[in-house]
Design a protein around this ligand. Structure first.
Ligand SMILES: [Zn+2]
Length: 291
């Protein structure tokens, strides 16, 4: 006979917390942007404009983290390469880095921090056949996250030609599409503090590289003096268009993360999504919402 009373108490306690999250997200983001924040311990997601995060997109340079994981697994993590702004040889000849002047001499950590396309064009052909697909399977990218009943199932390539490997290595191929929730799952896995991914062996160097992305790389706009943030930007071609859209994934705090998040901006680049995340992360950390 006590059960109904308990149910009422639980509901009344949950509603104010959810309203608080809704207000926090609305007050921290522009109306056109979208975001989802995962409480890692509770495995609970809070959405803003979630429709944008449920359908499929290119991942852009966020996918370089998967490529980097493949490089680690193949023992290629110490490869170095020069970026002069354009790939001049091989199957990707003529493809440009987003920084036309070039990034100069890069190792993997610097290539993630600066999101250098040419580095990944040069190094990804060295991966063993099937290495990228293997990582996608390890990270369960083909699976729904289960965080929303209307999310689209990712479209992953069953096989990749050598040219497609290089394109997919930077998240810009025509047969690899994921949802924003898939990218949120990536952030959760990379945090190392999300229970469903505890068995996945993510190189610690990837987390450190994500910290440098925010401290001194493409996501500097997300940096906050009070909190240590790790993240990765992505600028992706929209489906059926040559216009761009921007992604930023992150986990925070860097030590013992409590939140993973994804921010999407429909008419910008990754750096714009990172800038949009700055106010959101500050609000999350300062209010210390846990419910
Ligand atoms: Zn470059």
């Amino acid at each position: 006979m006590f059960l109904p009373l308990i149910t009422v108490i639980c509901l009344s306690a949950a509603l104010p917390a959810q309203n608080e999250w809704n207000e926090l997200l609305k007050n921290s983001l522009a109306p056109k942007d979208a975001a989802a924040v995962l409480e890692l311990k509770e495995n609970k997601v809070h959405f803003y404009n979630e429709a944008q995060l449920l359908n499929l997109h290119r991942a852009g340079s966020v996918f370089k983290l998967i490529t980097a994981a493949a490089l680690f697994e193949a023992g290629l993590q110490d490869m170095e390469a020069d970026c002069h702004g354009e790939q001049t040889a091989g199957l990707s000849a003529g493809q440009r880095c987003w920084l036309r002047a070039g990034h100069g001499h890069m190792d993997l950590r610097q290539a993630i921090t600066k999101s250098c396309n040419v580095y990944f064009y040069k190094v990804s052909p060295l991966l063993p056949p099937g290495a990228l697909q293997r990582q996608m399977a390890l990270w369960n990218l083909d699976k729904l996250t289960g965080w929303h009943g209307e999310e689209a199932r990712p479209l992953l390539p069953p096989a990749l030609t050598a040219r497609e490997v290089a394109d997919c290595a930077i998240g810009d191929c025509d047969n690899l599409f994921v949802s924003g929730l898939t990218l949120l799952k990536l952030a959760a896995i990379l945090s190392g503090n999300w229970a469903p991914a505890k068995d996945l062996n993510v190189p610690i160097e990837l987390r450190h590289a994500m910290y440098r992305v925010v401290e001194q790389g493409t996501a500097k706009a997300a940096k906050d003096s009070a909190y240590q943030i790790a993240g990765k930007t992505g600028t992706a071609r929209k489906m059926g268009s040559w216009r761009y859209e921007g992604w930023f994934i992150a986990f925070v705090p860097f030590e013992n993360p409590r939140y993973a998040l994804v921010v999407y901006t429909p008419d910008g680049q990754g750096k714009d999504a990172a800038a949009a995340a700055n106010k959101l992360i500050k609000a999350i950390m300062e209010r210390g919402i846990s419910g």
